[in-house]
Design a protein around this ligand. Structure first.
Ligand code: MN
Length: 712
């Protein structure tokens, strides 16, 4: 078992400023907390956090990560609490431990929850601090190394599958190739033991047979490089069983047909040397066509850089050679962890964590190659997601196509409801803007803002849509409630009873409505008849003489609200049930191009498309509308004309006669300017549609007394 002094020595070797005392305390804390717990292998449990710490030490992670590794299972598996850890080790370590604990709990439930969901949460957890994820990977590596001690076969398979589908791809995305290779191979050994064993046996056989071959080729490569005076290290290895199996699968070839099971890596100091080495290799050996790849000039999305080439080696075997610099090699092995290391005692992530995460997300966004991508189909879910940040750097993951409104609702329903504007990467943008990966989104809210029904047309998340609909419904309900109340009041008058909240309340409970308002809304919606309600509410009412009641209950005329001629039915694109009215400024008519403005609490106001009053309106509040083709053609609409006529006796009468004769109905008339010669009038005319109004306008213009007539 690793001793405290070993840990410290290794940490100090790359981070001389590490907090020795804190590390020692964590070591003792964990050792004591785990006490005599044992692993499935029979080893003391404490060996596990030590091994995890050791893996992170290989990655040269910072002191806090190492301490977190030591403590990572204490909250979940021992009596220790997060509070204790916070007191003893400070808030940052407590936060890291908490992150790992939460991830572990997620794993426990993963049989029940969908893995996809699991995965998303994982990515989310990663956002709080990437070190949580690095630690989780290390934890998984050690658990996979010791998986064979677990007797429960289905449990083993579950863990292995999770490793293959979630952790190995994540390690790869983060550029940590050595961890990825190990995780994949260990998972493969569990999931497909037979195949793994068979490949391993053949590889062993080959290793024995080619021990000399590798040695010989290494020798040869070193000699060739030496001749031109390039200093570099040359390594050779056999590929892992899993990578061989995958290649066999992808290319549907047999083991015998596999050519390059040997890979050689040449690591040099400078980039120009890489190309020099390439030239030397190509001139010494026969080049296998189509195998050369230059990932130095075009790095893989996870920042992997290297030259790859295939040649026929000195023993007539195909070999793969990878040529890269020391820096590139480090990045290829450590991936993101390379960014997390101490360099000259400075924590390079300080202050840059945010930009950093963005670049990670860019990596996640792109597939390194279509082949690799398809191999890990589980990662496809990244394709339909975008990851955005709050100004504080908190990560919000959304489906592709999401807008600031979705973002706002993802933060909190209340935030969504009150959104008035959004800044994307510091710039004020329309609320319907589609968000991109890495966008920083700042939502501005206003306390009295309500969701706009127009939002429903561009949001993509279910949460946002549900909230907006709910709001529209509640608004609709208010309208139904008002309508129901006026219908009931009218009916009461007809029946000769006085409307009383108390009586109606009794009827509401009789009909099993929770609230009186529910009853009123039901009446307004036409679900409940007023006659039934009155019969229940006023059981003792006297039937009046119908003749007498008419006089008594005469009401101001209410516009008939029958389905057939409700104006909203003649317009397409409205939100069902929303109140609507035509704007007084432009008097839109059927035939006009129209748009609507949503006014919170008041419904939709319909304007002509080019109405000037729309120019200053936020486009998010505008609805594109059109007239229904099969609208009720007998419905009348008001159009407004400005008419200038000659001040002469009988002019007004002539105009009015002309309008009436052509089926127009003057509903309003106002003199706006009067001179000795001319009168300017505003005339509101009820017409069928735009065509009708134009017809009337033309008729008026043709009259001798009319100087001009124009629509306004
Ligand atoms: Mn663990």
């Amino acid at each position: 078992m690793l001793q405290e002094s070993d840990l410290l020595l290794r940490l100090k070797s790359y981070d001389p400023t590490a907090d020795e005392e804190l590390l020692a305390r964590a070591y003792r804390f964990s050792q004591k907390a785990h006490g005599d717990q044992v692993r499935a292998s029979g080893e003391p449990y404490f060996s596990h956090p030590l091994e995890v710490a050791s893996i992170l030490l290989d990655l040269k992670l910072d002191c806090f990560s190492i301490i977190t590794a030591l403590l990572h299972d204490t909250v979940e598996d021992t009596l220790a609490t997060l509070e204790e850890i916070k007191i003893q080790f400070g808030p940052e370590i407590a936060r890291l431990v908490d992150g790992v604990t939460k991830l572990s709990r997620l794993e426990l439930q993963s049989e029940a929850t969908k893995q996809a969901e699991n995965f998303q949460k994982l990515v989310l957890a990663m956002s709080s601090d990437i070190r949580v994820l690095l630690l989780k990977l290390a934890d998984r590596v050690h658990n996979m190394r010791t998986l064979h001690h677990i007797n429960d076969d289905s449990k083993c398979r579950r863990i292995a599958r999770e490793t293959m589908e979630i952790y190995a791809p994540l390690a790869e995305r983060m550029g940590m190739h050595s961890l990825k290779d190990e995780l994949e191979d260990l998972a493969f050994a569990t999931l497909n033991a037979e195949m793994h064993q068979s490949i391993k046996t053949r590889l062993n056989f080959l290793r024995e047979a080619s021990e000399d071959a590798i040695g010989f080729i290494l020798e040869d490569l070193r000699r060739v490089l030496g001749e031109v005076g390039i200093k570099g290290t040359v390594n050779g290895r056999l590929k892992t069983p899993y990578s061989i199996w995958r290649k066999m699968q992808q290319k549907s070839i047999t083991f015998e047909q596999l050519s390059d099971i040997m890979a050689f890596r040449i690591v040099v100091e400078e980039v120009p040397e890489c190309y020099q080495v390439l030239g030397i290799i190509h001139s010494h050996y026969l080049v296998v066509p189509g195998r050369f790849k230059d990932y130095i000039s075009t790095p893989k999305p996870n920042n992997y850089q290297s030259l790859h080439t295939g040649v026929i080696g000195p023993l007539n075997q195909r070999i793969e050679a990878q040529i890269r610099t020391k820096d590139m090699n480090q990045i290829s092995e450590l991936g993101v962890a390379a960014h997390w290391q101490y360099k000259r005692g400075v924590r390079i992530h300080d202050g840059k964590q945010y930009a950093w995460l963005r670049s990670l997300l860019e990596i996640l966004e792109q597939a390194s190659s279509p082949e690799e991508f398809l191999e890990h189909t589980k990662l496809e879910m990244f394709q339909d997601q975008v990851f955005c940040f709050t100004p504080k750097g908190e990560l919000i993951s959304l489906p592709k196509g999401a807008t600031p409104i979705d973002f706002a609702y993802a933060i909190h329903s209340e935030v969504g409801d009150r959104t008035v504007g959004a800044k994307i990467n510091g710039r004020q943008m329309p609320l319907r803007t589609v968000l991109n990966n890495g966008d920083q989104v700042e939502i501005s809210t206003y306390q009295h803002q309500c969701p706009s029904p127009t939002w429903e047309r561009f949001v993509v998340t279910g949460k946002a849509r549900a909230r907006i609909r709910r709001f529209i419904r509640s608004q609709q309900r208010d309208q139904f409630k008002e309508l129901g109340k006026s219908l009931l009041q009218k009916a009461c008058m007809k029946e000769g009873v006085s409307y009383s909240e108390k009586a109606i309340g009794l009827a509401a409970s009789y009909f099993q409505y929770a609230l009186t308002d529910d009853l009123l809304a039901a009446i307004g919606e036409g679900i409940q008849s007023t006659r039934e309600v009155i019969a229940v509410a006023y059981p003792n009412r006297q039937k009046k003489d119908p003749k007498a009641s008419i006089a008594e209950t005469e009401l101001p005329k209410i516009a008939p609200k029958t389905e057939g001629n409700h104006p909203s039915l003649s317009i397409e694109g409205l939100i069902p049930g929303m109140a609507m009215h035509f704007a007084g400024c432009c008097h839109p008519l059927p035939g006009d191009k129209i748009r609507g403005i949503v006014v919170t609490g008041r419904g939709v106001t319909i304007h002509t498309f080019d109405c000037e009053s729309l120019h200053s309106i936020d486009p998010d509040r505008l609805l594109d509308l059109s007239w229904h083709d099969d609208r009720n053609k007998s419905a009348r609409h008001v159009g407004r004309l400005k008419v200038t006529f000659i001040n002469k006796a009988g002019s007004l009468a002539a105009m009015s006669t002309a309008i009436t004769k052509h089926q127009g109905n003057i509903v309003n008339l106002k003199v706006i300017n009067r001179t000795v010669d001319f009168w300017d009038l505003i005339v509101d005319v009820e017409v069928k549609d735009l065509e009708h109004l134009i017809h009337i306008k033309t008729v008026l213009r043709s009259l001798a007394i009319i100087h001009n007539a124009d629509r306004i």
